[in-house]
Design a protein around this ligand. Sequence first.
Ligand SMILES: *[C@@H]1O[C@H](CO)[C@@H](O)[C@H](O)[C@H]1NC(C)=O
Length: 292
Amino acid sequence: MLSYWLRLGLLLVLPTAIFAEEKPCTVHDSANNYYDLNPLRTSKDHQFETDGGHTVYLNLCGGIKTKPWNTGLDDDSHVDIAGLVRRDHGDFAIGLVNTTLEVKDGGLMLRQSQGSPCTGVEDERGSSTILFICDMSVYSAGKPVLLDSWPSGEDRACHYELEWRTHYACPVGERGFFGGLIVFLTISIIIFLMAFMVISTIYNRFVLRQRGFDQLPKFTFGHAREVWEVSSEFVHALVDYVAAAWNTRPSGFRHVNSASHHWTSRDEEEALRSSDPLGPNPEYAHGTEEGD
Ligand SMILES: *[C@@H]1O[C@H](CO)[C@@H](O)[C@H](O)[C@H]1NC(C)=O
């Protein structure tokens, strides 16, 4: 029986442990504030213009939706480009998607690299950093602003530094691991208590044949143990029954016959004997026949 509950417990605890890891595009700072930039992943790319009038397309936590053209990357369509500058002779990718956020003084930092090969510089590829700054006054998604790019020149620039003010960069409420655990435990205890009260009442009424206030659930250790044992046995029988039905082997049903039942409490036994002399205890039934 113990292994049943161990396995069940493991099954319930495992998902909670997985949630303890950082999800894409989210991060916790040292004070355990939680940030989530996923709302900035949009169906239409964010856009802005460079000083030279070229359009920059940008998306977050997933690739851009704009179809890239002549980026110099191995295969435009099979990589997740985080952003690109639409230039006269082709698109310049300013980095591939990265969903890992870094907590910095004054904001969240996103680093994107491995973009298009840089013009005139060997072995360098387009990259960008975006500093997200919490600004509650920016109620919509806000817009990225280009702070700097180098080397100079619209067609040679390879590295881009951006800043993005938005309320999405502010900490949001999150049910952390321990909060989740407490909610999980509270709900489990409530369900357990409710199940106990229902099973206890059924047990008192139909097994112990008590009436009136006597059939209400009792919160004593001995009673709890009886209820627990009866429930365990019921679960066992149910599992056996389902397993047998699944195998569709008639012999499988032998596991659930009433003779396998053993008395779990003196109260239960006596109640059944006094109220039902031809009850399911074969020994007792046999005894009365002999006595007659
Ligand atoms: C992704 O971001 C992390 C954190 O800023 C950084 O360490 C890593 O190098 C980045 N990866 C790529 C491929 O840009």
